[in-house]
Design a protein around this ligand. Structure first.
Ligand SMILES: NC(=O)c1ccc[n+]([C@@H]2O[C@H](COP(=O)([O-])OP(=O)(O)OC[C@H]3O[C@@H](n4cnc5c(N)ncnc54)[C@H](O)[C@@H]3O)[C@@H](O)[C@H]2O)c1
Length: 378
């Protein structure tokens, strides 16, 4: 017999549809209502999904039924909304990041701890079948000692895509202005960075580079800030593993992960699919050569295949992180994606996002005269 946990949602934009769709997999989570600053959008959303509307943030926060608030507002509103919810004694599940500034995220975590409330952040893909399978394979040492990991979050030339026509199931457009202002590192680095501290322990250092390569994103409204659209970072974990993470909306689509061990390579094609396959390519020696097998073996996927009931470029169980907090409340235990864990991931993402070209980049002094191609190649 499960206890119902009452949740309220703030932010009825593009991503909210996906939450509502996957919430259907968790009958123990009951929506008391939704709220958005944009009241027309809130009404349409509530009607589409058959849920109640709160007329104001105060009304939502003073509803004593609400135990857990799901914050699906834009990143710039996360701190303010998360803070208000914690101050109103609500548990919080926030879309990424917890906050846009580290000091703000720290303040939220301290407040949540002080009040004995759960505070957790998306993405929750660590709780997905693919990440859990990779983690199990690592615990079982299937590829031997891991030295280095290559992870990619490249999404292609988004500014050349028909992004103004992207809409979700209930017709809400993709918020391109906000996405370009927040930047692909803040938006996407967490999809892999939220896996690695679970796999490899605490991160110790981040050496990064981030840059805005595309000045004109083809928007019809001017951007207040054109955030970095390319970043690369090396993250050193206390266990000695080094992860290289690349994020961009410039290079060709590639969401792959490769974990290089001394006995083989563990890989998956895409962190945005909770059921993406996990492969192993074993290393072996033939005479004087070390060879990586060209044959990819499938490592059996753990867990059950969840139904997502939507189509698209990702298949994520958005509601799983909310269900994890609900289980933690019911079982009176820490949440897997705890406030401290979420803060650690938030800190890593911010470090990469802010690693702009001028920060710590060595400026090259030497130069040379342009060289000519071979005459037969002109
Ligand atoms: N767009 C995606 O594909 C996607 C995917 C996964 C996660 N996310 C994350 O989800 C979050 C929301 O993104 P989105 O794409 O739904 O954005 P969106 O702009 O489509 O929707 C955000 C909604 O929040 C509302 N809002 C903003 N500040 C508010 C406040 N202070 N009080 C009440 N309502 C407020 C806005 O009016 C808007 O309707 C972001 O953190 C984003 O990183 C987005």
């Amino acid at each position: 017999m499960f206890r119902i946990i009452n949740i309220a949602i703030i932010g009825c934009g593009f991503v909210a549809d996906y939450y509502l769709t996957t919430l259907k997999n968790y009958p123990e989570l009951k929506i008391t209502g939704v709220y958005d600053l944009n009241s027309a959008r809130c009404q349409d959303f509530a009607q589409h999904h058959g849920v109640n509307v709160y007329q104001s943030l105060d009304e939502l926060l003073s509803d004593r039924q609400v135990q857990l608030v799901v914050n699906l507002t834009n990143p710039k509103s996360h701190f303010e909304i998360n803070l208000a919810c914690l101050l109103a004694d609500k548990h919080v599940y926030s879309e990424k990041p917890l906050a846009m500034k580290l000091e703000e995220a720290e303040k939220l975590v301290e407040l949540a701890e002080h009040k004995g409330l759960h505070l957790s952040s998306a993405p929750c893909s660590l709780l997905g079948e693919t990440a859990q399978t990779i983690w199990k394979a690592l615990r079982e040492d299937v590829v031997g000692k891991v030295y280095v990991v290559y992870s990619e979050m490249d999404d292609g030339l988004v500014h050349k895509m028909p992004y103004k026509a992207w809409v979700n199931q209930s017709g809400i457009p993709w918020p391109y202005k906000d996405e370009f202002e927040v930047g692909c590192t803040m938006e996407h680095a967490g999809y892999y960075l939220s896996w690695f501290p679970a796999f490899f322990g605490r991160a110790e250092s981040v050496t990064g580079f981030s840059s805005t390569l595309v000045e004109d994103k083809n928007t019809d409204i001017p951007l207040d800030h054109n955030a970095p659209d390319f970043s690369v970072a090396c993250i050193k974990f206390a266990s000695g593993v080094v992860v290289r993470l690349t994020c961009s909306i410039v290079a060709a689509h590639d969401h792959s992960l490769r974990i290089f061990g001394d006995r083989g390579i563990l890989s998956t094609p895409d962190s945005w699919f909770y059921n993406a396959p996990v492969h192993i390519r074993r290393r072996f020696s033939i005479r004087r050569k070390m060879i990586v097998s060209p044959i990819k073996q499938k490592y059996p996927l753990m867990g059950t295949k969840t139904k997502y009931s939507y189509r698209g470029a990702f298949q994520m169980d958005f509601a799983r992180g909310i269900a994890e907090i609900a289980d933690a409340i019911r079982e009176d235990r820490p949440c897997r994606l705890s406030a401290r864990y979420s803060l650690h991931v938030n800190e890593l993402v911010l470090a990469i996002h802010h690693a702009t070209e001028s920060n710590s980049t060595y400026q090259v002094k030497s130069t040379f005269e342009p060289i000519q191609p071979m005459t037969w190649a002109i």
